[in-house]
Write a protein that binds this ligand. Structure first.
Ligand code: PGA
Length: 253
């Protein structure tokens, strides 16, 4: 019912030479008949190159962030319409590294979510709790607050063209992944939170899990009923790992 998605968040890694090699290898690995969406998220400066390298469109391209403003005097920023112009389909908003290192709060993330939609991109909204918050049993209140901020600003309608990603902060880049049961619990909670506003939309919404997803754990995570794929960091830099993660998602469509 929901088409799985596997998204590769490259973060601040790569060079022209390594990207070219990685994309060529990926294109060779990815099977055209897999009933899933696949996207890679290279750093800004490499986006146009990635779009050109992936010309047949089987693998889509997205940005890791987007400016909340539509355009104008905002030195250093890149707007959604520019990303669309160079061929991007998605923009990640609210990644925990942006929230933590660049002090992005729920309001700014909600504005970025709207800016992505207005510019013709599908936002990939990231939510997730820190270890302290989980230990204090605040997981649900934290992810609810993060999702509610978007709904409060724009209504629930934007989720029709968006993807949600649950990324527990303690699982990102740590090698410590959430168990399938832990992921399922939060995914089901998020779906019901959105379902309280619009049940049909919530049933169609893709909710990806992110945080130390790799070839070895993807299948058990994707087997969970509310886990519709993965947002993959470190493992997306290896064509072979990424292929295996995509293959696992293709089985659980
Ligand atoms: P990781 O990163 O797979 O390296 O844990 C996931 C993410 O931050 O999107």
């Amino acid at each position: 019912m929901r088409r799985p998605m596997v998204a590769g968040n490259w973060k601040m890694h790569g060079s022209q030479a390594t990207n070219q090699a990685l994309l060529a290898e990926l294109e060779g690995h990815v099977r055209p008949d897999w009933p899933i969406d696949i996207a890679v998220f290279p750093p800004y400066v490499y986006l146009a190159d990635a779009v050109r390298a992936l010309e047949d469109g089987r693998i889509q391209v997205g940005a890791q962030d987007v400016c909340a403003e539509a355009g104008g005097a905002f030195t250093g920023q890149v707007g959604a319409s520019m990303l669309k112009d160079v061929g991007c389909s998605y923009a990640i908003v609210g990644h925990s590294e942006r929230r933590r290192w660049y002090h992005e709060d729920d309001t700014l993330v909600a504005r970025k979510f709207a800016a992505a939609l207005a510019g013709g991109l599908k936002p990939v909204l990231c939510v997730g709790e820190t270890l302290e918050e989980r230990e204090a049993r605040q997981t649900e209140s934290v992810v609810a607050r993060q999702v509610d901020a978007v709904i409060a600003m724009h209504g629930v309608g934007g989720f029709a063209d968006a993807v949600l990603a649950y990324e527990p902060v303690w699982a990102i880049g740590t090698g410590r992944t959430a168990s399938p049961a832990q992921a399922q619990e939060v995914h089901a909670f998020l779906r019901s939170r959105i379902g309280a506003h619009d049940a049909k939309m919530a049933a169609r919404l893709r909710i990806l899990y992110g945080g130390s997803v790799k070839a070895g754990n993807a299948a058990e995570l994707f087997a969970m009923p509310d886990v519709d794929g993965g947002l993959v960091g470190g493992a997306s830099l290896s064509a072979d790992e990424f292929r295996q993660i995509c293959a696992a998602a293709a089985v659980h469509h």
